[in-house]
Design a protein around this ligand. Structure first.
Ligand code: DGY
Length: 322
């Protein structure tokens, strides 16, 4: 069996593949044309990055029988098409929940204290005398954190906010999270209430096309004027133009993004000029610990597939039903 590993991954993952004598195809240039050519030669792919696995891909690469993603998100895969071909999609849940929620927590604090503005001030030599009124931040103690999509990452974010700032937790989900309700006194609310009551609104949901741009002008207008909007999930959840408008007109107070639409964000994007915005380049899982965990899970998914077993972390387990 040939596996195409399309980019460097932590050694631990490669060792797992080597131990099982799995033949690995490795790219020379990592460009899109080469990526497709290698996919055509392989039985399975361990994929790093946001390549699209759409109908066109599956039609062009009929040899591919399994996809092991180096990510928890699988919004780049057309699951229906994969299911129709009985192709399992492996992903990497849990191992990056702490790291990604750390980034949500970091962004919340950076925005609340206007960190980007202040770092720029130091770097540009504009650190002047003490000014009692300049660009003041806001404190988070006892405020309300609203989580859109309270799963594993959302739980970690909520727990940190509760412990650090005694924040009240409200959430909106497809289903109730009893663990969060019991351990964090999280309260389930409607989407409308989430939007209206949150002082900090953090998106921690899995992205699907139906949710494209759901955070738009209509929603930002309903949010509190002191609200901080945090997105560490996928850029598609928010409209960047509407967010810019909401920030400029002070409908909301600030925004922290680890994900943008598109990625990478243009370096001249007007959002980057605002003092109440902090943008990071999709670094949610960028820790040694999380990336090692992801490499291990992705490689284990490939090994399971090679042995004819179900992938231990599979986004579409329905493919294993008859
Ligand atoms: C994930 O694992 O989904 C992260 O966002 C990296 O893509």
């Amino acid at each position: 069996m040939k596996v195409f590993v399309n980019a460097q991954i932590p050694q631990i993952g490669m060792e797992i593949l080597q131990k099982e004598n799995i033949e690995v195809i490795f790219p020379e240039n990592e460009n899109d044309a080469e990526w497709l050519e290698n996919c055509k030669k392989a039985d399975a792919i361990l994929n790093v990055g946001k390549h699209q696995f759409d109908k066109e891909f599956f039609d062009e690469c009929p040899n591919i029988k399994a996809i092991a993603l180096f990510s928890v998100g699988f919004d780049n895969v057309n699951v229906q098409q994969a299911n129709a071909r009985k192709i399992p999609i492996g992903n990497t849940p849990d191992v990056l929940s702490r790291a990604t929620s750390d980034v949500a927590f970091l962004l919340m604090q950076m925005v609340s204290r206007k960190a980007t503005y202040n770092i720029d001030k130091v770097k540009s030599g504009n650190w002047k005398d003490f000014d009692a009124l300049e660009e003041l931040g806001q404190e988070l103690y006892g405020k309300t954190l609203g989580i859109y999509g309270l799963g594993r990452i959302g739980f970690e974010m909520a727990e940190k906010c509760k412990k650090a700032f005694e924040m009240n937790i409200i959430y909106h989900n497809r289903s109730r999270n009893s663990d969060a309700e019991n351990k964090l006194e999280a309260q389930y609310v409607s989407f409308e209430d989430l939007v209206k009551r949150s002082d900090v609104l953090s998106i921690n949901a899995n992205y699907t096309e139906e949710q494209a741009g759901i955070f738009n002008t209509e929603i930002f207008e309903k949010m509190k004027s002191n609200a901080i909007f945090i997105n560490t999930a996928r850029g598609g959840f928010h409209s960047e133009d509407d967010l810019l408008h909401a920030l400029k007109t002070r409908e909301i107070w600030g925004a922290g993004l680890d994900v943008t639409n598109p990625e990478p964000m243009d370096k001249d994007h007007p959002l980057l000029e605002l003092s109440n915005v902090c943008v990071l380049p999709h670094i949610g899982s960028a820790t040694v610990e999380a990336r090692n965990g992801m490499a291990k899970l992705a490689a284990e998914n490939i090994v399971a597939f090679a042995k004819g077993e179900a992938m231990p972390n599979c986004a579409n387990p329905e493919v294993y039903q008859n």
